[in-house]
Design a protein. Sequence first.
Length: 222
Amino acid sequence: MAKKVKRRVKIGNFFKMLCVIAIIVLLLYILFTSKIKNIVITGNKNLSDDEILELADLKDYPSFFFTFDEEIKYNLKKNKLIKSVKIKRSIFNKIKIEIKEYNIVLKYNNRYYLENGNDYDLSSDLRVPTLINEVPEKKFKDLCNNLSSVKSDILGNISELEYDPNTYDDGRFLLYMNDGNSVYLTLTKFEKINYYDDVLMQLEGKKGFLYLDSGNHFKIME
């Protein structure tokens, strides 16, 4: 009887080992063959979903387990327009990519510029103000940064920008609005342009120069 028990124990252990091997093989098979099933992209404004998939090397929906988040982020941030990337994974092999783009705030010499002052090659036209003269490098970066705080509807109403320093203010700009008015602004007070629509209501249709660089007064155009 003792010999039969030993044989049964050996058979039982062998069967358990086969089960463990089968489970390992199954897990490896799932790891190597399980692909991304669904990709959700949010936050992109100027880059299309297809462009992001191409940049991230996800166009062919590769392996879910062997496509790493840091690699996706690295690939995407090669594009100068992308400010930050967040990756979220969920069940059923779903990946969510949250994109934050730099704002495109200015056009100068037929090139577009981002809020950080870097240029960007955009194939389509975008409604942003055009800088019509040269600006010192430091002032140019400050200008781009300040324009990022301007509301999009106001930014779209600025036709052209001219660097127009005077004796007292080397950060002064003249903004030509689409409605025919002109606005003087200084870099330290650029957020004032966000209230342009409120000021416009008080002008009662008059056209002229609005001085927001020093005080708040309006001079009718002669």
